[in-house]
Design a protein around this ligand. Structure first.
Ligand code: G3I
Length: 345
């Protein structure tokens, strides 16, 4: 029996994972075994997104979300529900909606119906996801365009009313970066000033193994926690593959990988890159332990490498290695290093 991430870190923070339908339905024996053993919380990677749960104007489909709740109850795993308001993965009827009243009606019904149904059944909601641009301004989306800039306040207010027993979070990527972080801080202050409840902020944590922005992350933990909200890392993974834009990179590792093609590790991860992945996770977890009083949860974006979204983004059909368990569900060196960071600290 391998050590358990959740057990090892239980005095520091909860360690969670994202799950998809086949895992919730326990159709994958390896995941079925590993998830309750290793993790202490779960997030639906896709099944609570609007396009899945609210496919048509007057029709919701709660099948998978209800199964998720049952799975969480069975294994005593609290659920961070993801996500109520996001510009992406909207149902087709919403994407082309022109009139503001209809958008308002969708917005109100969607939040109220779903948040109230799962109040007391899920632990928390990512109420609003990815509402900021990289410069910290509000993202141009159908919600901003049709509902105006207070739509985020409205979303939290509706969620608060529908789900009084559920924690309410704002979730985004790159908010450890200075400009976007400033936007997130301004947003949290604005919500608080409006008298609306916001319980926490989720820093997604989709980084590169060889370029983890540790200083920005540390600064973010300090600045967000100073606002009196929970700080979480909600979608952690450390990709190892080059991206199309790495062709211009000054980083020799990125450039070498780029020059080797877009899928350089299809046959396996070389030791040098495996070591970078291990080091990336080591540095990160050392930082998390240092700030364990400020961090409430660290959630990985998937159970194992084979299942990661990073095999298909930004180019489809690649072979990425961003998580702690390999394609055979075997723990990688990075897994043992993460355990060691705690047991030898
Ligand atoms: O389920 C369908 C399947 O029926 C169909 O055959 C197949 C063909 O493409 O698509 C399947 O849906 C895909 C879905 O993942 C489930 O695998 C969608 O195309 C694909 O777009 C979707 O990608 C998800 C993405 O969000 C968009 O919703 C990723 O799995 C998921 O990891 C990713 O998660 C996001 C977070 O929600 C927010 N933060 C960023 C993060 C990464 O992009």
């Amino acid at each position: 029996q391998i050590p358990s991430l959740q057990e090892t870190y239980k005095s520091d923070f909860v360690i969670g994972t994202a799950l998809n339908a086949s895992q919730i339905e326990e159709k994958e024996p390896n995941a079925a075994r590993l998830v309750p053993q290793q993790f202490g919380a779960i997030t639906p990677e896709n099944i609570m997104k609007a396009e899945v749960i609210h496919p048509e104007w007057n029709r919701y489909n709660f099948d998978l979300a209800d199964k998720l709740v049952a799975y969480g109850q069975k294994h005593h795993l609290p659920i961070n529900a993801h996500t109520l308001i996001w510009h992406s993965q909207l149902p087709p009827f919403m994407r082309s909606m022109k009139d503001a009243d209809s958008v308002r009606k969708f917005f109100t019904d969607h939040i109220t119906t779903i948040a109230s149904r799962y109040d007391g059944k899920v632990y928390s909601w990512d109420v609003v996801n990815e509402a900021l641009e990289e410069d910290g301004s509000l993202r141009k989306s159908i919600f901003l365009e049709k509902l105006g800039e207070d739509y985020i306040i409205d979303a939290f207010r509706l969620a608060q009313k529908a789900a009084p027993n559920t924690k309410l979070y704002y979730n985004d990527y790159n908010i450890e970066q200075p400009q976007k972080r400033a936007g997130a801080i301004a947003l949290i202050k604005k919500l608080k000033a409006a008298g609306v409840r916001i319980d926490g902020v989720g820093i997604q944590g989709h980084w590169r193994a060889y370029n983890v922005p540790l200083r920005d992350i540390e600064q973010s933990i300090q600045e967000f926690s100073a606002l009196g909200v929970e700080v979480m890392f909600t979608e952690l993974d450390l990709g190892v593959l080059p991206n199309p834009w790495d062709g211009n990179s000054a980083d020799v590792n990125q450039k070498a990988a780029y020059n080797a093609g877009m899928n350089p590790y299809a046959a396996g991860l070389p030791d040098s890159m495996q070591a970078k992945l291990t080091k990336g996770y080591e540095d990160l977890f050392r930082l998390f332990v240092k700030y364990s009083d400020q961090i409430s949860r660290v959630t990985f974006w998937g159970v194992n490498d084979g299942q990661s979204w990073l095999n298909d983004w930004p180019i489809q059909g690649r072979t990425n290695y961003p998580l702690l368990f390999d394609r055979q569900f075997k723990p990688k060196p990075a897994f043992y290093k993460v355990i060691e960071v705690k047991t030898k600290s």
